[in-house]
Design a binder for this molecule. Structure first.
Ligand code: UT7
Length: 335
């Protein structure tokens, strides 16, 4: 059995910066409320009519990751594309990235695990690499949230949190079993599926039906989030799944060189940091600049941490996420 190892990371953020004060012009909210409850100061939004889509942003992040990995698109054996905001209802954005990369034929699979999508992605990549089936796997997390949010006071509990962007990782076969991804731990709990969800348009709420009803109060096509329930489950599941990974690898929290949590809410990250008694230099957060970018948040943060020299060869890195589904997971690796 081989290990898999990340050998290149990239990120892409749309240029358009939207501050809390910008949002306060659209809805009844304030910089104070958003900063205090979430830690977010600004996020990026795709400008309507621009070329940015989940696939094109993912493509741009992937090109950087490939260059840093020293690989060409033709070297990729499998594309995994994690998103909750695909370009099309179908087909998935993975095949669109494949087309943009000019790879004539390889499997390209979408992963619909929301905030945990990148962890599910690298875990899936790891399994294919471990068995020897594929050597080089491209994992992308990319989201266009701003195109589908309710920027009125009605939607403020959700719309101030989410931002757009993409991150990508190239994983390859690693023959030294002491480095690379050591373990991944994945969970879902469908009992809470509707607590953070977007129900329509879907096969439950067909578009013609929604149009025919012409109901201004129908908000089924906006995301719904029971924030407090999500928060309560998040802190428990984050802790459990990090602990499971630490135990599996015989690591103490003090051994962690860098913990990169899904950037859901700075308060959640700080709660976990405190619980595991991690120092500020052991945790990487950038939610203040980008908001919550769902499947893109961990690859964006990991790329940025690497660019800032905060992830070095031999470092013990822990990734963890929780989100809609509910889904959650962790990944432990030696860089
Ligand atoms: O990445 C996916 C996973 N998602 C998460 O992890 C999110 C987890 N949950 C959270 O981060 C928090 O629950 C939120 C940040 C979403 C909300 O914070 P909260 O402290 O749970 O606030 P709340 O929903 O209990 O709302 C408190 C008050 C309400 O007003 P009333 O009923 O007390 O009068 C809301 O209407 O704050 C109001 N409110 C706002 N006020 C100003 C909700 N959103 C806003 C807003 N600006 N944007």
């Amino acid at each position: 059995m081989y290990n898999s190892r990340i050998i290149g990371m990239g990120k892409y953020l749309p240029d358009n910066v939207v501050t809390n004060d910008d949002l306060a012009k659209l809805m009844d909210t304030s910089d104070e409320w958003i900063t205090e409850r979430t830690g977010i100061k600004e996020r990026r939004h795709i400008v309507k009519g621009s070329d940015d889509t989940p696939a094109t942003m993912g493509h741009k992040a992937a090109l950087i990751a490939l260059e840093r990995a020293g690989l060409q698109p033709k070297d990729i054996d499998l594309i995994l594309f994690a998103t909750l905001s695909p370009d099309y209802y179908f087909p998935g954005s993975g095949v669109l990235v494949q087309k943009l990369l000019g790879i004539p034929a390889c499997p390209a699979m979408d992963i619909r695990m929301q905030c945990s999508g990148f962890i599910y992605g690298i875990s899936t990549a790891d399994q294919f690499i471990k068995t020897g089936m594929y050597k080089n796997v491209l994992v992308i997390g990319s989201e266009n949230h701003s195109g589908g949010l309710d920027f009125t006071t009605r939607g403020r509990g959700v719309s101030v949190i989410f931002g757009d962007g993409a991150g990508a990782a190239v994983l390859t076969r690693e023959e030294d079993n002491t480095r690379g991804i050591l373990s991944t731990h994945l969970y879902s709990e469908g009992e809470h599926a509707e607590e953070l969800s977007l129900i329509g348009p879907s096969t439950q709420r067909w578009v013609p039906e929604i149009i025919a009803a012409n109901d201004p109060d129908d908000i089924s096509y906006y995301p719904y989030m029971n924030g407090q329930t999500v928060f309560k489950h998040a802190v428990v599941r984050f802790s459990e799944v990090i602990n499971e990974g630490l135990q599996k690898n015989n690591w103490e929290a003090a051994d962690i060189d860098l913990f990169v949590p899904h950037q859901a809410n700075l308060r959640i990250a700080q709660f976990i940091q405190k619980k595991f008694r991690l120092g500020d230099d052991q945790v990487y957060n950038n939610i203040m600049r980008y908001g919550n970018t769902t499947a893109a948040s961990i690859p964006i943060a990991l790329t940025e941490a690497w660019e800032e020299g905060k992830v070095k060869e031999g470092d013990k890195v822990v990734l963890a996420a929780f989100g809609s589904g509910f889904t959650w997971g962790s990944a432990l690796m030696v860089w």
